[in-house]
Every structure is written in C-alpha cells, then in structure tokens.
Design a protein around this ligand. Structure first.
Ligand SMILES: O=C(O)[C@H](CS(=O)(=O)O)OP(=O)(O)O
Length: 236
C-alpha cells in the first residue's frame, strides 16, 4: 500500500485523488467536530465550502454549524467546538458544516474513490477502514490558513503508525510521511503539549478555547469513521 501525505490543503491538487482513498485530517477542529457529531448520533454532516453555500444547502430541521476566525458564524446553530455536538443536540439531525480549512480539504478530495475523515479521536479506526478499502492512500493535512499545522502532522504520523502495525501488506510512504511518522513517534508521550505549542493551539488558547484542545487531543476514543456518501459524511 502506497501512502502519500500532503502538508496543507493548498498543496493538494484534486487530480491526485483519483482511484485512491483520501484521509482528511483537521485536528483543530473540523474533523474532530465531524467525528464527534457522527459518534453522537448525527444523521450526517454535509461539508460546505462557503457560508453562502451552507445557508443554501440548509433544509428545515437541519442544524447549521461552523466558524470563521474560530468563532460561531452569526445566525448559525453551532460553532466548531466538538463539545457543542452532544447527543442531545445532534442525534438524528442533518448538520450542514462550513469551516475555514477542514471543509475545503474535504471538497478538494472528492475525486477520490473513498473519502474518510480522521483525527486523533479515531485514528486507529480510520487506519482499519483504509486497509479494508484496499486502495493506495493520500492523507491530506488540512492545515490552517494554507500553512502546515503540527497537530495534523502528528495525527498523520499516528495513522501511519497504525497502518504499519495493522496492515497485512507492506506500507510504503513518501518522504513527508516518513517525517510525520518520526514526529509522532518522537512526541507520542507529549501530544497535548505539542499541540498547545503549535500555531493553531496558541490561537485557540488566546481565544480562551483551551478546553477544545484537550477535547481534540484524546487518542482513539471513537470507533466511528465518517465517510463521504455523495455530498454528505455518514458513519461507515
Ligand atoms: O475552527 C478552527 O479551529 C479553525 C479556524 S483557524 O484556521 O484556526 O482560523 O478552522 P478548521 O477548519 O477547523 O481548521
């Protein structure tokens, strides 16, 4: 199995995803939010690239979620904090979500045969799902404002570590993947501290959102892997 890792959404070209399984990572916070929502019983999450597109896709009974500049969009039901997506709020609901980086990354990957969403919360489950799909893999780190985000690299390294330990076939990765695997193995006992020291982590800290970082750095607490079905993400 060939695994390529892309450092940020603006480095990805849609054509690369043909005949592959795409794994989209945005630890702070979009894919952590999506995975939490699906695990809490949301019917599906519909990723929208823009606020206008999200409003247009909204149907009666849906929830509108997302952020710009880390804060909930005016008139939306929910922001982009995983803790908002509780069973009481989202169970059985269709959620239309737009965020700064994560939903853009999902749209970039839509030519893939399969699109999975990963974060630290479900890395092992996502690795298992990718193995079962028997395709070469592209791991896309969403990053933040077109820059690489260390928390996404850590998660890419964790997914690669799980692929290597779980796969029956050899895993071959590109040089950036090798670097992310080394990053994860070097920081595996201080993941939260590493995330807190990153640019995205520092930005959320300044906004008083330390709780989100703690929530998003729990490892493998969920077994659900949201997968793209048409225009919506549902549990496999
Ligand atoms: O909501 C977030 O934490 C980020 C906002 S920013 O990139 O840090 O400004 O968006 P996401 O799409 O979840 O990376």
């Amino acid at each position: 199995m060939q695994v390529q890792v892309i450092s940020s959404v603006n480095e990805a070209s849609s054509a690369r995803f043909h005949h592959k399984t795409a794994i989209i990572i945005d630890v702070l916070r979009a894919t952590s939010t999506i995975i939490t929502a699906i695990s809490a019983g949301a019917l599906c999450v519909v990723p929208a690239e823009t606020v206008m597109e999200a409003r247009a896709m909204h149907r009666p009974g849906d929830l509108l979620g997302g952020e710009r500049f880390c804060r909930k969009i005016a008139g939306f039901d929910l922001g982009n904090s995983p803790e908002e997506y509780t069973e009481q709020v989202v169970a059985g609901k269709r959620i239309v979500l737009t965020t700064t980086n994560g939903t853009r990354a999902i749209h970039k990957s839509m030519r893939a045969d399969y699109v999975l969403t990963a974060s630290l919360l479900n890395a092992e489950a996502c690795a298992r799902a990718a193995i079962d799909l028997r395709r070469d893999v592209i791991i896309l780190c969403a990053g933040s404002h077109d820059e690489f985000a260390i928390e996404d690299g850590l998660c890419a390294g964790l997914v690669l570590d799980k692929l290597q330990s779980l796969s029956q076939v050899a895993i071959e990765t590109d040089d950036f993947g090798t670097a992310m695997l080394a990053l994860y193995r070097n920081r595996s006992n201080r993941i939260k501290e590493t995330v807190l020291s990153g640019i995205s982590g520092r930005r959320l800290l300044k906004l008083g959102m330390k709780r989100d970082i703690e929530t998003c750095t729990a490892i493998d607490i969920y077994h659900d892997v949201p997968r793209l079905n048409g225009d919506q993400l549902t549990r496999i």
